[in-house]
Design a protein around this ligand. Structure first.
Ligand code: ADP
Ligand code: MG
Length: 306
């Protein structure tokens, strides 16, 4: 596994930006993190890249823990932050050499030249960053993220604000560099995920609401099964997650839980068996199903309605 996120919660003061988020990303996957504004995408990416600590939970990148081995994590990860903060007064080469210096890359000049070729900014290479169009600035941002040849690439809304041509070019670029890397990119556009990613993780209000292949997602064939269950006494989340096919378990009031599964077979019998085995009584249990497309529609509708 390349990225392992386990039960991450992030509080900003009393506001919960991420609520018990867990997933795993295999080496070589290109995963889209999809969600409306304020869903928690940037927060999650900042945690994975060691820019901010989570309030709770664990993350490892290529086997390195973000708390204990953050320097190793940073060496393995390339990060394009949201709004791509660049030094507008610097020349492209100057800036990239500065970044190369931060990573103590030998032969800085030749590495910068390789990057300029790779991302296709030869013609612009003698300009200041401030003189570049948004599309070219994004390319410089990508060069900055790639310069130390990281195994993992984290791109926060890499195509936002680009015109349609720039958008296609940057997508192609990401697909190309993504062939040899693990990539996670965030977006609030479903088509973007379809164009670039093999898998999508949808988040809303800090919680994962779906995690599936882009194929299932676009065909609308994937159903998320949601089971609400109330037990008579307390149980640990870890135990609930041991129920086969349950990939999310969120505690509600009292001893109620919302469980999610991405399988077509009814998981209620399994939940019932689990209760019996653990000496719990089931006070109530209901199931509902939603297609990923519906879930996404609901999310985007809420966004435009704000
Ligand atoms: P997204 O990238 O999906 O738009 P963010 O991760 O930026 O979402 O934000 C998630 C939530 O956390 C939002 O409600 C946002 O207002 C809040 N938030 C983000 N950063 C901070 C911060 N530094 N301080 C307080 N609240 C924040
Ligand atoms: Mg964001």
């Amino acid at each position: 596994m390349s990225i392992i996120v386990e039960n991450i919660t992030k509080l900003y003061g009393s506001q919960k930006a991420l609520d018990n988020v867990s997933f795993k990303i295999k080496a070589g996957e290109i995963v889209g993190l999809l969600g409306p504004n304020g869903a928690g995408k940037s927060t999650l990416m900042k945690i994975i890249t060691c820019f901010i600590p989570p309030s709770d939970g664990r993350v490892s990148v290529n086997g390195f823990d973000i708390f204990e081995q953050s320097i190793e994590v940073r060496k393995k990860v390339g990060y394009l932050p949201e709004n791509n903060p660049l030094y507008l007064d610097l020349y492209i080469k100057e800036y990239l050499e500065f970044v190369a210096g931060l990573y103590a890359i030998p032969n800085k000049k030749s590495r910068v030249k390789e990057m300029i070729d790779l991302i296709g900014i030869e013609k612009e290479q003698n300009k200041k960053i401030g003189a570049l169009s948004k599309g070219y600035r994004q390319r410089v941002g990508l060069a900055q993220a790639l310069i130390h040849d990281p195994e993992v690439l984290i791109l926060d809304e890499p195509t936002s604000g680009l015109d349609p041509n720039q958008l296609i070019e940057i997508r192609e670029l990401i697909k190309n560099v993504g062939k040899e890397k693990t990539v996670m990119l965030s977006t609030h556009i479903m088509q973007e995920v379809e164009a670039i990613c093999s898998r999508a993780i949808i988040i809303d209000q800090g919680k994962i609401v779906a995690d599936d292949s882009t194929k299932n997602l676009s065909e609308g064939s994937s159903n998320i099964q949601i089971v609400e269950v109330e037990f008579d006494s307390n149980i640990q989340q870890k135990q609930i997650l041991s129920i086969k096919d349950v990939h999310q378990a969120n505690k509600q009031k009292g001893n109620s839980w919302i469980l999610q599964a991405n399988v077509t077979e009814d998981i209620r019998p399994l939940v019932f068996e689990f209760a019996v085995k653990n000496n719990l009584k089931v006070l109530s249990m209901q199931k509902s199903e939603q297609s990923l497309e519906k879930v996404f529609q609901k999310l985007t509708k809420k966004k435009t309605g704000k």
